[in-house]
Design a protein around this ligand. Structure first.
Ligand code: AMP
Ligand code: GLY
Length: 423
């Protein structure tokens, strides 16, 4: 089967590697892809936000399965257009993608289905939001309703900070995404993600993963797309896992009950509070960089799993996983998550991949004129290592990460450091 993957990050590189390894795939296309996907698949210059162009390409190239990586095309309804054209699509349509695309929608959905989450209010005007803040206590969380590339959340330490965040949102900082503001109770506890495959009815869970969103060591500094991740997560107890899984099942059942046919990955972001796990947010897709530690441990055929989910029938599918551990460290460009330069030559990827258990996924790279990869984004590479213990995977990941060079390269040295004691 020919497959078309939409996206250009480390997540898509990991997806493409797993799809290309399957005997069920013929040509894997990726639009637009990056410097790493080019060696596992065929990069194509196609605007992934242009649903008609995606459908036309898929028809012309006999594509039997479209896999949508990022949230923007999901929220824009590219999945609906692909399915309407009679092509199997892994990824929900616009209705399901609202679970990520509108925080108000997902909070109200959780309310309707009894899924524990932070108490909240949603407001369409600055006056109403500011009136709600009046007399409240900090910390308190202010969120733009729509997609804001991970920058729409302010965990405000003071009411003044929350007030400023509300004003910025309504002043248009996030465009239309900030036309509604959600204000939430601030929860405390470690965070953990649970991703599940679903065909709209059945739920096949993956192992929990823990991302590190802050730029600097000790979980300080500005938020990023994620600086490193590991899976599974030893601090999650069996009870907490069962609880998170039951919320994911309840969510999928709730979507079906509301007439939303959700096929793809549903990502639950949880906080493990003293009262038990509560949902922070849902994403309508694989996480980045979570995917880069989840898929390398998947022993099942990803084409089979994705196609079955896209066809609405995961009934005969069972997931098999590697027993080991996976750790992924992000190598970033100087200045990220602020402004950074591009076009720096990258060396050392081959020696890094020679370290046992290591795969280097490309995120922000492109191939330079001489075929040498150069930096092309803030998060440049994801160095993933598997190991039979957490410590082994982590040691391998850092050993490999240190073999790679590009001007301005930096990384967090403490990915999973706190876990060493408990694994
Ligand atoms: P989100 O984009 O909704 O995942 O939010 C980004 C980050 O903000 C989360 O990973 C949390 O660290 C933090 N956050 C979001 N909502 C809350 C909340 N209600 N309480 C505490 N922290 C939160
Ligand atoms: N790693 C967080 C996300 O993909 O949203």
């Amino acid at each position: 089967m020919n497959i078309l993957v939409l996206g250009s990050g480390g997540r898509e590189h990991a997806i493409v590697v797993s799809l290309a390894a399957s005997p069920l795939s013929s040509t894997v296309f990726v639009a637009p892809g990056n410097g790493g996907t080019a060696s596992a698949a065929r990069n194509v210059a196609l605007d992934m936000m242009d649903a008609q162009a995606v459908v036309a390409f898929a028809k012309e190239h006999g594509v039997g399965l479209v896999v949508i990586g990022p949230e923007a095309p999901l929220v824009a309804g590219v999945g609906d257009a692909v399915r309407e054209a009679g092509i199997a699509c892994f990824g929900p349509g616009a209705a399901g993608a609202r679970m990520e695309g509108s925080k108000r929608f997902s909070k109200e959905f959780m309310g309707r289905h009894g899924i524990p989450t932070a108490a909240f209010g949603a407001f369409d005007t600055a006056d109403a939001a500011l009136a709600f803040l009046d007399g409240r206590e900090a910390p308190i969380v202010v969120k733009a309703d729509g997609l804001a590339a991970g920058k729409g959340v302010t965990v405000a330490a003071t009411i003044d900070e929350a007030t400023a965040a509300v004003r910025e949102c309504f002043a248009g900082r996030f465009g239309k995404a900030g036309a509604t503001v959600v204000i939430e109770e601030c929860m405390a506890g470690p965070e953990c993600s649970l991703l599940v495959f679903t065909d709209g009815q059945r739920v096949l869970p993956m192992a929990p993963a823990q991302d590190h969103k802050r730029a600097h060591e000790g979980d300080t500094g500005p938020n990023t797309g994620g600086m490193g991740v590991y899976s599974p997560v030893p601090l999650v107890t069996a009870d907490e896992y069962a609880c998170m899984l039951s919320y994911m099942e309840r969510t999928v059942a709730g979507l079906a009950a509301e007439g939303i046919d959700y096929r793809g990955v549903l990502y639950g972001g949880f906080m493990l509070t003293p009262e038990g796990p509560k949902v922070l947010e849902f994403n309508a897709r694989f996480g980045d960089p979570e995917t880069q530690v989840l898929l390398p441990r998947l022993r099942s055929d990803l084409v089979e799993v994705m196609y079955a989910a896209a066809q609405g029938d995961l009934g005969g599918v069972e997931l098999a996983w590697d027993d080991g551990w996976a750790v992924s460290v992000v190598l970033a460009s100087a200045g990220y998550p602020g402004t950074y330069e591009k076009g720096k030559a990258i060396t050392g990827i081959a020696p890094a991949e020679a370290v046992l258990g290591v795969t280097v996924y490309h995120a922000g790279t492109r191939l330079g004129e001489d075929g040498v990869p150069v930096t092309d984004g803030g998060r440049v590479l994801n160095v993933t290592a598997l190991g039979s213990s957490f410590a082994e995977a982590r040691t391998r990941a850092y050993e490999a990460a240190d073999l790679i060079s590009f001007e301005g390269k930096w990384l967090r040295r403490d990915i999973g450091a706190r876990m060493l004691a408990v694994s």
